[in-house]
Write a protein that binds this ligand. Structure first.
Ligand SMILES: [Zn+2]
Length: 445
């Protein structure tokens, strides 16, 4: 598996990146009477088409690292109420592999497995480009050429439907020819403050109160908790539980504010992955194999020659019980991660909650132990990786539960509620059609 060295730090970098990447900010309120609480960039894309104005609204919320069992375990009353009012997955939703933040957020909005949308990890090397993508690299993050697929906001915008993204991985790049009509930049210092969290709600509601021609039909928003606490203190710690409660209260406030608009809004709350208590210290691959000549990124290994790949594969094959090593093409098919050269070759996958890296930091640089909580692992063998799913609204049946399903299936389902037909993707509307009031019937257009 592709464990990032320190997901918590990566997340902080991600937030910081969004702050650094802001560039010239055109406040969204100009000319609309809308005065945003968040620093929003407005892309001038014209009014909603007449067709788009007839469609419902979808608000998609991600709570980073909110494990599937947290809500029930800690009596998250607002999330559970949302599930009772609509649908939820008591046994969780399966993240795509690797169960990391950027890959899964982009899977949720494209319906593609990470190796098909291109973000195979939070940071990786591309052997063809001879370049690196990292969530802390503002230039890479805002460069649409790193991403494949058609994110929901681009799909909607391409059909004349306005969208707003109050932070989401990939939302600051032009992808598939489009940008969201509004997208947010975050300051790393204020991102998790109560004010900044409330600002998402205030802006979402203000956007929905714009005239019908201007208001976005698809709004996505991201919260970095309780992932942060889960990493630092572990999934069972009181700090993590307190962060869950805080996010649950946030969902309650958001739901009440959306209800007050009187608009037909489907509210969907998901997470990207779960969390497990880590075991043991670092597993450092260069203690088992000579990685001379390899590019590396975290546990990912990239060689120039087939000879080097074979040699390191053989050196790692029986080196440790804490990981299994595969040639890329032989990575188990149910992980859907055996085709993209960005995944490296050979591929090292942890057999338990172990933190794996190619190298220790250079001499003189600090070497921190792995975080208390971790994710990134195979959700099929580690149920702690499963994510949350709750949803209710005018398109969704009441009081139904769903069995665990892969998160690639959210894309056609969310698009259906917006009246959008989807391009080819890895999900299927059949998986969740039973949760739709129209049963997932063919769209009229
Ligand atoms: Zn995450």
């Amino acid at each position: 598996m592709r464990l990032r060295a320190a997901c918590r730090k990566a997340l902080a970098s991600f937030v910081l990146t969004f702050g650094l990447a802001a560039g010239p900010v055109l406040l969204a309120g100009q000319g609309t009477g809308f005065n945003p609480a968040l620093p929003l960039t407005h892309t001038e894309s014209g009014p909603n088409s007449a067709w788009a104005q007839q469609q419902h609204y979808v608000v998609l919320v991600s709570l980073d690292g909110f494990r599937f069992d947290y809500a029930k375990r800690d009596h998250a009353t607002h999330l559970l109420a949302l599930g009772r009012q609509g649908v939820w997955a008591p046994e969780g939703m399966l993240p795509s592999f690797p169960s990391l933040t950027f890959p899964n957020h982009f899977t949720i909005v494209t319906g593609l497995y990470p190796e098909h949308h291109g973000l195979v990890a939070n940071s990786f090397y591309d052997p063809a480009r001879k370049a690196r993508y990292a969530i802390a690299d503002a230039q890479a993050v805002t460069d649409g050429s790193w991403y494949s697929g058609v994110p929901l906001w681009s799909l909607a915008e391409s059909r004349g439907m306005r969208t707003a993204v109050l932070l989401w991985p990939g939302s600051e790049a032009q992808i598939a020819g489009f940008r969201p009509s509004w997208y947010a930049h975050f300051d790393g210092k204020t991102e998790a403050t109560p004010e900044a969290q409330q600002a998402r709600i205030d802006d979402a509601v203000a956007l929905l109160r714009l005239p019908a021609a201007d208001r976005p039909h698809f709004i996505a928003m991201y919260y970095s908790e309780p992932d942060h606490e889960g990493h630092e203190f572990g999934p069972d710690a009181p700090q993590t539980r307190a962060a869950e409660q805080k996010m649950d209260a946030q969902v309650g406030k958001l739901k009440a504010a959306l209800d007050a608009t009187g608009l037909p809004i489907d509210v969907v709350v998901v997470s990207d992955h779960g969390m497990i208590k880590s075991q043991d210290g670092w597993v450092t691959l260069d203690e088992f194999a000579d990685l001379q000549g390899f590019e590396t990124d975290g546990p990912l290994l990239y060689a120039d020659t087939e000879e080097d790949r074979v040699r390191v594969y053989n050196q790692l094959k029986k080196a440790s019980s804490q990981f299994t090593v595969y040639r890329l093409k032989n990575v188990p098919a149910n992980l859907d991660a055996n085709q993209n050269p960005r995944e490296g070759d050979p591929v090292v996958i942890a057999t338990g909650p172990y933190a794996i890296r190619a190298h220790a930091p250079e001499a003189g640089k600090p070497d921190h132990p792995p975080t208390a909580g971790m994710h990134g692992f195979d959700p099929h063998i580690m149920p702690e990786m499963k994510a949350s799913f709750f949803a209710a609204g005018p398109d969704i049946v009441e009081g139904k539960t769903v069995a665990p399903f892969e998160n690639v299936n959210l894309y056609p389902w969310l698009a259906h509620m917006l009246g959008l037909s989807v391009p080819k993707n890895d999900g299927s509307l059949n998986i969740l059609s039973g949760t739709l009031r129209d049963g997932g019937a063919d769209l009229e257009k």
